[in-house]
Design a protein around this ligand. Structure first.
Ligand code: ATP
Length: 291
């Protein structure tokens, strides 16, 4: 498709997703969508997170970085309620997350992707993305069994929403293909689509650039920024690909051995001596450039 025509088409799709989502767009602001204070997680003798406090402002992209074993995945798993924290608090839209079980997180407005793809490999792209949207449907067992009008309306709305996501992610040519028959890069886009189908206010991306080639990372950077700017989704990104994190993030939080060592705008964090030291003597700017 001609690039100008394609950009216009994408704009139309993004507006449609916003209307469909019936979620108030987040104005970029200092309102904290997510706030953690003194979060501590212990595994036996290991303190994976040691009194970590952080905030993710509504309408922004926040980067969470740190060397291997720093505690990034542990923090993500606390946000998804997969791990319990032994001390501290995490609040989403001002409400404590601890009150919500793991299966209620998506309905609350938190979507996530996983480091190792968690897709149904024998199901099609469309079916996988559709599954992501089911947490937003309200019909119960009986209304589903009786095919009540509300169920049909919900299904039609979900089908339309999924079609828009497929188009936005340029997955139309493979929409009916089984996930297992796709390249890794395309599978990662499907996982992103599935997370978007739950109409998240906050999207947690766990190493989205892992295993992607240079061109795919470029596309990903553009796409993440479009999510913030046009779909108005707040993004928390865990990533080893420094170039990507520093380019797209408004704010970067750095962990090392479970502790916060820096927290600020990417330009500041990149110059922080403790961060440079943690990344083994100044390799921060180069690390992961084309990983
Ligand atoms: P990577 O970049 O390698 O994914 P990370 O920053 O995500 O690392 P975590 O996976 O959160 O780091 O690990 C933090 C620490 O907690 C590590 O010492 C790890 O071994 C430990 N850890 C994480 N999960 C568990 C668990 N389920 N049981 C025991 N220890 C764990």
């Amino acid at each position: 498709m001609h690039s100008h025509a394609r950009a216009l088409r994408c704009d139309a799709i993004v507006s449609a997703i916003l209307q469909e989502a019936s979620i108030e767009p987040h104005a970029a602001s200092q309102v904290q969508l997510l706030q953690g204070s003194d979060v501590t997680v212990r595994f036996g003798g290991i303190t994976a997170l040691d009194r970590v406090s952080f905030g993710v402002a509504s309408g922004t992209i926040a980067g969470l970085i740190g060397p291997n074993g720093a505690g990034k995945t542990t923090l993500f798993n606390c946000l998804s309620r997969l791990y319990q924290f032994s001390e501290g608090d995490i609040a989403f839209e001002g409400r404590p997350l601890v009150a919500t079980p793991a299966h209620g997180i998506a309905a609350l407005g938190i979507g996530r992707t996983f480091q190792n793809l968690a897709l149904f490999r024998t199901m099609s792209v469309r079916q996988n993305i559709q599954l992501g949207g089911h947490c937003r449907t309200k019909s119960g067992y009986f209304s589903n069994a009786l095919r009540l009008p509300r169920v049909r309306r919900e299904e039609a709305a979900l089908d339309e929403h999924v079609a828009q996501i497929i188009e936005l992610l340029e997955l139309q040519p493979v929409a009916e293909t089984r996930v297992m028959d796709l390249s890794f890069g395309t599978q990662k886009r499907v996982e992103l689509g599935r997370a978007l189908a739950s109409r998240p206010k906050l999207l947690l991306l766990d190493e989205p650039a892992g295993g992607l080639n240079h061109e795919e990372v470029e596309d990903l950077a553009t796409f993440i920024q479009r999510l913030r700017d046009e779909v108005k989704i707040t993004v928390l990104l865990v990533e080893h690909h420094m170039n990507l994190v520093m380019r797209v993030s408004d704010h970067v939080h750095v962990l090392n051995f479970g502790r916060t060592i820096a927290d600020g705008p990417p330009q500041e964090v990149q110059r922080d001596p403790e961060v440079i030291e943690a990344y083994l003597g100044g390799e921060l700017e180069d690390e992961g450039n084309d990983a």
